[in-house]
Design a binder for this molecule. Structure first.
Ligand SMILES: Nc1nc2c(ncn2[C@@H]2O[C@H](COP(=O)(O)OP(=O)(O)OP(=O)(O)O)[C@@H](O)[C@H]2O)c(=O)[nH]1
Ligand SMILES: [Mg+2]
Length: 393
């Protein structure tokens, strides 16, 4: 299928060009920013989108007589939905490509585990399985196990899931069942703010991408959803800590408030009554000390209204470190997890322990440094693909 490239200053404009020339079903296969002075929203750079038209040209049925024209709101909503879809497709594609590349490298290093290899490794288990007529199942399980472990999914979870697969399933059915189980386990993505709430706080270790993620989500809320947003920084300790956020606030036309140690967050929030969404940035806290988390918890608790706290963690974080982060950051009662820097991770299975051990759902995933486009909602289908790699044909 032929690819076409489109260039524009902003992702929205580039996607509009894609839709205009290739139709609403066009598939975006890549996005990249051609550098200018600086990056993303803040720079003189522009976006290049590579897209292909959908496989078969759609044959539109003739509109029945008397069918009412859709309202301008419905048309605008449809355009927003299509835009979301192509951006998600592009990000998902990007994350999948990175993970598939990593997987290929790993497979080159690891020997393939065949049924014969299982027999060599554990003859007793393999022979009794064969005696029970389930050598095919052993092979299927060995293949799936290898895949799950390569995705860094904790071993206990792999064994638990494999045990749940009915013996009579063919290999492709077993994989489909596994994927369905994983989607169920992941569940719906957690929302940006809880029901009836409008304030979201972003906490997490230093440098994981909290401020950048706020910029992406605030840009989406402002530019795509047309919502009125404000940014509040509680990060008042470090010199110049608010400069990055201020630059994004200026571009978005949003107000930025710095809440110093002696200022009252409640007072600032009360003054923002007409704002629909408030994003609170916080200073990174090292999980090895946890210093400052108690104070942060107290400040968030005294805010006078409900705050949805997102814990941001780099997707490449190792299991042991993640356990410590979850333990230490439990003090600020996060509602969900944002897995950042997916583009830098070889595999993200260790992230599942948050979902399984403490029931923390995922809300968003971030897939690069570009603001605003490099993020996606953690929907269970995409997350399953990213966790396990694409389905085996
Ligand atoms: N590759 C990649 N880099 C990212 C992503 N998100 C953020 N970054 C980069 O990570 C670096 C740190 O990002 P920040 O947003 O400043 O991180 P932070 O958590 O606010 O950092 P502190 O406030 O210092 O704790 C920057 O260079 C970002 O561009 C991502 O999804 N992928
Ligand atoms: Mg920051």
């Amino acid at each position: 299928m032929q690819s076409h490239t489109f260039q524009a200053k902003e992702i929205k404009e580039a996607l509009a060009l894609v839709r205009r020339d290739l139709g609403p079903d066009a598939v975006v296969v890549g996005t990249r920013r051609i550098p200018g002075r600086a990056m993303g929203l803040l720079g003189g750079s522009f976006i290049e989108v590579t897209a292909q038209s959908a496989a078969a040209p759609s044959t539109h049925a003739t509109k029945p007589a008397g069918l009412r024209k859709p309202s301008p709101q419905a048309v605008a909503q449809k355009e927003r939905d299509e835009e979301d879809n192509v951006v998600v497709t592009a990000n998902r594609h990007k994350a999948l490509l990175a993970l598939q590349r990593a997987k290929r490298n790993r497979e080159r290093r690891e020997p393939v585990q065949t049924p014969q290899a299982s027999i060599m490794r554990n003859p007793r288990e393999a022979l009794s399985a064969a005696a029970a007529g389930s050598i095919g199942r052993v092979a299927t399980h060995a293949r799936l196990r290898r895949r799950l472990l390569a995705s860094l999914i904790p071993r206990e979870l792999c064994e638990q899931w494999l045990k749940q697969l009915p013996a009579e399933l063919a290999p492709s059915q077993a994989e489909q069942r596994l994927r369905a189980n994983l989607r169920n386990l992941l569940g719906a993505p957690a929302p940006l703010v809880g029901r009836g709430a409008r304030v979201a706080a972003f906490v997490g270790p230093t440098g994981v991408g909290k401020t950048t993620t706020i910029a992406k989500l605030a840009a989406h809320a402002t530019l795509v959803e047309n919502r009125k947003v404000a940014l509040v920084s509680l990060d008042d300790l470090r010199l110049g800590s608010t400069a990055q956020l201020r630059a994004y606030a200026d571009v978005l036309g949003a107000n930025l408030y710095t809440c110093g140690r002696d200022d009252s967050l409640a007072r600032i929030l009360a003054s923002l009554r007409d704002v629909e969404l408030v994003f609170i940035d916080t200073a990174g806290v090292s999980p090895s000390t946890g210093t400052g988390l108690e104070a942060l918890r107290a400040r968030l608790r005294r805010a006078g209204e409900s705050i949805t706290t997102h814990l941001c963690v780099a997707a490449a974080t190792r299991q042991e470190e993640l356990d410590r982060i979850l333990h230490v950051y439990g003090r600020v009662e996060p509602a969900d997890l944002i897995a950042t820097k997916l583009d830098e991770a070889v595999a993200i299975g260790s992230m599942l322990s948050a979902r399984v051990q403490i029931g923390l759902p995922f809300s968003f995933l971030t897939t690069g440094q570009q603001v605003p486009e490099d993020f996606m909602t953690a929907n269970p289908e995409s997350l399953t693909d990213i966790l396990l790699g694409g389905a085996t044909p």
